[in-house]
Design a protein around this ligand. Sequence first.
Ligand code: BTN
Length: 229
Amino acid sequence: MGRLGRPYHYVEETETTQALLGPDDPEGALAVARHQTAGRGRFGRRWEAPPGTSITASVLLRPAAGAPIQQLSLVGGLAVAETVEVALDLSAQLKWPNDVMVDRRKAAGILAEARDGIVVLGIGLNVNQTRGQLPEEARVAPASLRTVDGVERDLAPLLADVLARLELHYDAWTAGGLDTVFDGIGSRDFLRGRRVRVDGTEGVAGGLDRAGRLLVDGRPVESGEVELV
Ligand code: BTN
């Protein structure tokens, strides 16, 4: 295992792995839970999965002061998308700013939370849930790797793969910014060419700019909640 993933904290059950890491932990510290009782997504939403069915993990990052940390959900999303692609032998897409999509469904979400000079990057990857075990009322239709190809998988090797890829992309981003990973992100853009609404503004998504902002009718959007229209 590389730098990301150490020290490793594993718990059977916790409210959220996001709360298991803090400023006293070193960069690379990892918290993994078999079950989260109050897993959270963006905008205060819930992130739910039956015990032992999915990857629910958080990793601590210490980007340089002033670094554009909102880009980290794309960097994390790229790592997860690549892992999903290798596992399924299918292409995956990134739905800006933090969703990993397969077959037009959301298989994973990334939650980048900044506090006290650190970033806790949460990764939720649906792996072995059956269709009936995925949240019914999700805003974006959900998938797991299993609902895509019927295969049940060990979680540990998948997580190790995500972390190895994350380390590579995070180090490149740290050294050279989003440009260094942009090709992998831009080429997987799920929204490009689709009609979207972001925080009340409607238009056609024209891809991402080099800073990782979504272009809607040519205007850059920093962050927000995208709906397909
Ligand atoms: C989203 O799609 O809104 C982001 C979902 C992030 C879920 C992961 S699971 C591990 C970590 N702990 C949490 O409570 N949330 C993140």
